[in-house]
Design a binder for this molecule. Structure first.
Ligand code: HEC
Length: 202
């Protein structure tokens, strides 16, 4: 009966090493797969859709009819508040009126930190504070999608400083009520009415 003990011992060794192998595989993180350029663009399109980029940056979206032939090509609808009037800009890679000269890294920096490559700050209601939580993979996917868009020639109206005359369609935020105004940041530097710049295009 000695041979039976050997058989038992060997079977237990085989079962044991099997369990050890399963456990070691389970504890390892799954290998990270790089997205292909095409997968990045698809993910970027998905993210920019659910993150609402088109709400502000595509003409017609706020009127219930986004113009899909001019995706993210900027809007003529102004946002008026203590910062003056801002306009969602043309994000397509048009050399003259869009952001063709921006690298993917520039786009990622601006949506995560609220600063353009020239150092200027993005005004409300561009919600970069929310986008600062984007992971690298997601932020670069959004940038890759932006770079893949057809270039559309459209100059968004220039920003209007507080106190300057306003023409054209604006969504105006009245002065904030007490509760909302409690932690309002100071108006942007150089925003005194005397510095007001006339809007050049509509
Ligand atoms: C609620 C409206 C709104 C949403 C949503 C929004 N933006 Fe904006 N965005 C703006 C406005 C307004 C500006 C212009 C701000 C200024 O004048 O400083 C802007 C500016 C920008 C700029 C700077 C472009 C330039 O030429 O200066 C980039 C890049 C940008 N947005 C990307 C995005 C992306 C990407 C998303 C989605 C992930 C997004 N925005 C969502 C309103 C919005």
């Amino acid at each position: 009966m000695r041979w039976m003990r050997w058989v038992m011992l060997i079977s237990w060794m085989i079962v044991g090493s099997g369990i050890a192998l399963v456990l070691s595989c389970a504890s390892k993180a799954p290998a990270k797969t790089e997205m292909t350029a095409e997968q990045k663009v698809v993910r970027g399109r998905y993210l920019s859709t659910i993150m609402g980029c088109a709400d502000c940056h595509t003409p017609g979206t706020f009127y219930g009819a986004p113009d899909t032939t001019r995706m993210l090509a900027g809007s003529e609808l102004g946002w008026q508040g203590p910062w003056g009037v801002s306009y969602a800009r043309n994000l397509t890679p048009d050399a003259e009126t869009g952001i063709a000269s921006w690298s993917e890294q520039d786009i990622v920096n601006s949506i995560r930190t609220g600063h353009r490559p020239d150092g200027s700050v993005l005004l409300p209601p561009m919600p970069w504070q929310d986008f600062s939580f984007l992971t690298d993979d997601d932020a670069f996917a959004v940038a890759a999608y932006m770079k893949s868009l057809p270039a559309v020639k459209h100059k968004s109206p220039d920003r209007i400083l507080p106190g300057a005359a306003v023409t054209g369609a604006v969504l105006a935020f009245p002065p904030p009520p007490a509760w909302d105004a409690m932690n309002l940041p100071p108006p942007p530097a150089g925003a005194a009415p005397g510095d007001a710049k006339k809007k050049t295009t509509m």
